[in-house]
Design a protein around this ligand. Structure first.
Ligand code: 0L1
Ligand code: MG
Length: 257
């Protein structure tokens, strides 16, 4: 198994909007650690093409999904400026294979993070807590993947939107905020921030532990997507997609061909 070749295939599938078969079919011995090595090479491809790293996402953060995939820990991926769409902006459908959207909570970092954070420390490094929408678009046919595949595929990352949010927010409230996902004004999913690892701040804490293990630094200004609070939902060109998070406000995009 050639990791560079797999990263290249994933990058091309994304650029050419072409779905591919999961690699674990051909390489059953392919593991999660190799998945992260491939993800790192994939990031190099994005940077070489002129994209900038703007943050990180945590995935599979709901206990139900972790149980389903037999996971002890969530997974993580990178976010680039090319993936970001401004609040009320346009999300292209034709640049994506089979996009789905999920409501999330985002943290904005006000300082570099060099080490694993405790909960109070995690709150102290955040400049803003905001409602967010994440668009996932697995490069694998029918979203059919095993854990190493999806990790290599940057955890299905494709697009994201961050709303205005709040610079001050009571930490105790964050763990149980009502969340609604609307498509064309109709509520299609309801959830709670508790679905994100029991408390979204745990996502930032987990990420800080991962980065400490990797010997890497989270940078001031980076966005952290804490994880999906509901199931992800398919959308189409012409749809208006909005997430409302209790106490934090809303965030939206217009899906265009
Ligand atoms: O953001 C996420 O939780 C998605 C992780 C990848 C799994 C998927 O594509 O459903
Ligand atoms: Mg997500």
């Amino acid at each position: 198994m050639d990791k560079r070749e797999i990263a290249h295939i994933l990058f091309q599938a994304d650029r050419q909007v072409e779905e591919i078969e999961r690699f674990t079919k051909k390489y059953p011995q392919f593991g999660v650690e190799e998945g992260y090595e491939i993800q790192e090479i994939l990031l190099e491809h994005h940077l070489k093409k002129g994209s900038h790293l703007v943050g990180w996402k945590m995935g599979m953060t709901s206990l139900a999904k972790m149980r389903q995939m037999n996971l002890k820990d969530p997974i993580h991926g990178f976010l680039t400026d090319e993936m970001q769409v401004s609040d009320k902006g346009v999300m292209s459908v034709k640049k994506r294979i089979h996009p789905k959207v999920e409501p999330e909570i985002a943290f904005l970092l006000k300082q570099d993070v060099h080490k694993a954070l405790s909960a109070p420390e995690a709150f102290s490094v955040i400049s803003c807590i905001a409602p967010a929408l994440e668009v996932i678009d697995s490069r694998f046919k029918d979203f059919d993947f095993k854990l190493p595949d999806v990790v290599a595929d940057n955890c299905s990352s494709s697009g994201f939107v961050v709303g205005g949010g709040r610079t001050r927010f009571p930490s105790q409230r964050l763990k149980n905020l009502g969340i609604v996902l609307e498509i064309n004004g109709k509520a299609v999913q309801f959830g709670s921030s508790a679905a994100i690892l029991g408390d979204p701040i745990s996502s930032l804490i987990e990420l800080s532990k991962i980065k400490e293990r990797e010997g890497k630094v989270l940078r001031a200004g980076e966005v952290i997507l804490a994880g999906g609070a509901t199931a992800a939902v398919t959308f189409q060109a012409g749809d208006h997609v909005r997430a409302l998070v209790e106490g934090l406000g809303s965030v939206e995009f217009f899906a265009k061909a």
